[in-house]
Design a binder for this molecule. Structure first.
Ligand SMILES: *Cc1c(COP(=O)(O)O)cnc(C)c1O
Length: 397
């Protein structure tokens, strides 16, 4: 039986209630491979840590990464957020475009859309996967969708083919930042969209420490990304468009390459840790994110998302704090439509209506009851975290 917030708050043994000293959090894998230290040193000794359009290490990383995902090309950026922006730009997003975007995702994707000045059409979150609903036809209704941007959040996989079809979108952009190593119908996540983004920042499996990488098949997209990521400059000194400096550095590329050398082992570890954590919870009747039933897929979990019962509305943040003091690194994400600036912005553009208002309520009701625990810890630690959560939240009947 899952306890009510009142019952849990009465638990005098909890550290948050002064029951004991706060517990230490488990060691989490940042993704950085210490084995790369010598190679980073070599880059430093070369006195050249970045190159126009990428140095030798960045080029090698791009080549290997594209092969890994099964794509023709890749462009290494200085962040995953930068990569989302160039990805949208490459697919033609501008002030005349309409981009369908999953409410389920990291703030970077809606930020990127804002900066491209495109109109967002939000897509709702499924209550079992906590990802974009596979059939979004009712949500795009009379809009002509140019691009659909979906996030394989938590490493879990979106039914991208269904979303592409039912949105009627011309192009698909996958935010696969958290889903390196997840597979749909035998194909790597990131191989489905015209462009797909991976992040290299903290805890991501592409352990570059900082960085992002876009993969694609059509070199036209690659060139467009490189131009906007290099101050808008193509082959001359005159900028074609107002661009940015988004290229990835050599030290980060070296770290990314080292991480790829260990990818299989790291994927296996994360899958085992997530399984240990979620199976303890599921045995006690606690709801965790699951892969979509309609897909043949293997998920490399980045986070396990946990859904609290309805009476927990408004109490999740207290629980996250309480769990942290018990040694469980819990965290949460809002729905993208909930970002406080989104509604005023869309209202000012005349894009906010009853549909958005209803979706905002519906999304808030779901995401305010979700918390996540990462898979970047040992399977033993993950099992221990699972037990702590289960013990706090449930009572055996
Ligand atoms: C980490 C992340 C990004 C981009 O992150 P950066 O910190 O800018 O590299 C984008 N989307 C998702 C889903 C992420 O988890």
């Amino acid at each position: 039986m899952i306890l009510t917030p009142q019952q849990v708050k009465e638990n005098r043994q909890l550290a948050i209630n002064g029951g004991h000293e706060p517990c230490a959090l488990p060691v989490e894998d940042t993704g950085i491979c210490p084995e790369a230290a010598d190679a980073v040193r070599d880059v430093v000794l070369s006195k050249r840590t970045s190159y126009w359009r990428g140095g030798p290490q960045a080029k090698q990383l791009e080549h290997r990464f594209a092969q890994l995902i099964g794509r023709r090309g890749a462009f290494f950026h200085n962040s995953g957020s930068a990569a989302l922006l160039t990805g949208l730009y490459a697919l033609g997003a501008d002030a005349q475009s309409t981009v369908a975007i999953s409410c389920s995702g990291f703030v970077s994707s809606i930020n990127a859309l804002y900066h491209m000045r495109s109109r967002p059409v939000f897509l709702p979150t499924n209550h079992e996967t906590f990802l974009c609903e596979p059939d979004v036809s009712a949500w795009v209704d009379d809009h002509h969708i140019d691009i659909v941007l979906v996030t394989h959040f938590f490493g879990n996989v979106v039914d991208v083919e269904s979303v592409r079809r039912t949105s009627g979108a011309h192009y698909l952009l996958e935010d696969a930042s958290q889903a390196l190593g997840s597979v749909i119908n035998g194909r790597m996540v990131g191989s489905w969209g015209e462009v797909a983004t991976f992040a290299g920042s903290n805890r991501k499996l592409l352990g570059a420490g900082q960085g992002g990488i876009n993969v694609y098949d059509d070199e036209i997209y690659g060139e467009r990304m490189r131009i906007i990521g290099h101050h808008g400059k193509g082959s001359t000194q005159f900028g074609e468009v107002p661009g940015f400096n988004f290229r990835g550095g050599e030290m980060e590329a070296v770290l990314g390459l080292a991480s790829l050398n260990q990818l299989d082992r790291k994927i296996d570890l994360r899958r085992r840790s997530a399984h240990q954590f979620s199976s303890v919870l599921q045995e006690r009747g606690i709801v965790c994110s699951v892969p979509p039933r309609s897909l043949d897929c293997t998920v490399t979990w980045f986070d396990t998302a946990v859904l609290l019962p309805l009476e927990w509305c408004g109490e999740r943040d207290w629980l996250v704090r309480a769990l942290e003091l018990e040694g469980v690194p819990a965290w949460y994400y809002p729905s993208l439509i909930e970002m406080p600036w989104v509604k005023p912005w869309m209202q000012s553009m005349g894009w906010w209506g009853e549909r958005e208002e209803a979706l905002l309520r519906q999304e808030h009701e779901l995401w305010s009851r979700i918390f996540v625990v990462g898979s970047q810890m040992s399977p033993d630690d993950a099992e221990c975290c699972g037990r702590i959560v289960a013990e706090i939240l449930t009572r055996e009947e």
